[in-house]
Design a protein around this ligand. Structure first.
Ligand code: ACO
Length: 423
């Protein structure tokens, strides 16, 4: 469907328009202006992603880009919900602030709702852009920098503590063989995790290298438990030629990705990367803010927080299915008055959580306990925010005394959500 306003038409792109669309994406992100190589365009075409690409066209010139694609997002408790993942959002600086993003977003969210997606997701370039469209920041990430020399780790560490467990440095073939199943196990237990498709594994193991997407082969450390089961994968790169004043090696290992499905694998992989000879600094990559890393070191102060950011934003499209998909901290009832100016998911809902953590949600005419915007519900849904804090910020209204305590007891989670991936 096409939407024409003034000189600008917003619609799905055609296959022939893909190179121009990609060029516009690159320009929007201040990357190369020359456009992409034929090979890169072919790789993107092979992903079959064109169906989800929208463009804004002014006299045939692509001045706006927007892509959405199917994703699954793990809710609290481990169930996967269907998400409409949004990325590649750009509007040419020549056409900014004329409502082009608003038109592309409005059409896409309506289509996602129509398809039956439970939520929409994105990672925001700027904090200020997406709240108005009903998205709330639902996960955050923290980066630590570990000073290995003061961590207190035993310098004689020689491998996992569990007899028979092992860590091997493997190659990309092994990662493509073992990584997908490991990730499936990981996302079944960590709320906030998202799907990685086949192209994700190809791209992230150097199988789609083009001039625009150069590649440095990292190290892949694979953890196997004593039975031989793959329970963890740590991907990291290192510098190799950094020297201190006294010709002491001072290299840095930077973690690209860490996936562990057991505490033993997590402990062993962090100890491993903090024990690589010639490495004195480990940068952790983007972890959940409650990651165990500092506390796996005898001296947790050796791990300094060197970065923190909001990460996955969630826009709830179907309140009933979103609230029923997750589990809760115990039994309780809440009536939520949810405002959604876009008209997609607003209404008054009664949430009834059972002692086993399951819940039933349905529209209701009962008096509300809490009133909030759909973006605030997105912010609360994965358990990374507290209702009490949002009330203090004036973002949630307590309509019945005591409701905040009930809501926090229901929505709080033992671990914070973690989305490892950028899209
Ligand atoms: C998921 C992702 O892909 S994140 C990547 C986002 N893209 C970028 O950062 C690339 C560079 N920026 C851009 O391309 C554009 O500025 C965009 C896409 C962010 C915005 O596109 P526009 O067409 O200018 O947005 P549009 O005119 O629809 O603006 C809608 C509202 O959002 C506001 N807005 C848009 N961008 C921003 C911003 N960066 N900061 C603050 N407010 C913003 C507008 O002021 C407008 O507010 P109003 O309704 O109160 O007037």
């Amino acid at each position: 469907m096409s939407d024409v306003e003034g000189d600008v038409e917003v619609r799905a792109i055609t296959d022939a328009e893909l190179p121009a669309w990609l060029r516009a994406v690159q320009a929007g992100f201040l990357q190369a202006r020359a456009g992409m190589s034929d090979e890169a365009v072919a790789n993107i075409r092979a992903r079959g992603a064109i169906g989800g690409m929208r463009g804004a066209f002014d006299r045939g010139r692509c001045v706006g880009t927007y892509r959405s694609f199917p994703q699954e997002l793990t809710a609290v408790g481990g169930a996967a919900v269907s998400a409409n993942a949004v990325s590649a959002v750009t509007v040419s600086p020549t056409h900014r602030r004329r409502g082009i993003l608003t038109r592309m977003m409005t059409a896409d969210l309506a289509a996602a709702k129509e398809r039956g997606d439970v939520v929409a997701t994105l990672i925001a370039a700027e904090y200020a852009i997406y709240g108005r469209f009903g998205f709330g920041p639902a996960t955050s990430v923290t980066e630590w920098t570990v000073d290995v020399t003061r961590s207190g780790l035993d310098p004689r560490w020689s491998g996992p503590e569990e007899a028979g467990a092992r860590i091997d440095l493997v190659d990309g073939d092994d990662v493509r063989k073992f990584g997908p199943e490991l990730h499936e196990r990981f996302r079944a237990v960590r709320h906030g995790a998202i799907t990685r498709d086949e192209h994700w594994w190809l791209r992230s193991t150097g199988q789609q290298v083009t001039p625009e997407f150069p590649w440095d082969e990292p190290f892949y450390a694979l953890y196997r438990d004593p039975s031989g089961r793959v329970d963890g994968l740590l991907v990291y790169e290192t510098t190799h030629d950094e020297w201190g004043d006294s010709l002491l090696p001072r290299n840095t290992a930077t973690v690209r990705s860490m996936t562990a499905v057991t505490p033993a694998a997590e402990r062993a992989l962090w100890h491993y990367v903090c024990s690589v000879d010639k490495v004195v600094t480990v940068k952790s990559g983007w972890l959940a803010p409650d990651d165990l890393l500092p506390h796996l070191l005898p001296d947790p102060r050796a791990a300094r927080v060197t970065g923190h950011a909001d990460w996955l934003w969630v826009r709830i499209l179907d309140v009933v299915r979103a609230l029923e998909a997750r589990t809760y901290g115990g039994a309780g009832t809440l009536v939520l008055e949810v405002a959604d100016p876009a008209g997609l998911a607003g209404g008054r809902y009664r949430l009834e959580a059972a002692p086993d953590g399951g819940a039933v949600c349905s529209p209701t005419g009962a008096e509300p306990d809490l009133a909030l915007d759909i973006a605030e519900l997105g912010r609360l849904w994965l358990g990374d925010e507290s209702v009490a804090r949002l009330v203090a910020l004036g973002r949630v209204a307590e309509e019945r005394a005591g409701a905040v305590a009930v809501a926090d007891a229901l929505f709080a989670t033992a671990r914070r959500p973690w989305c490892q991936d950028l899209f």
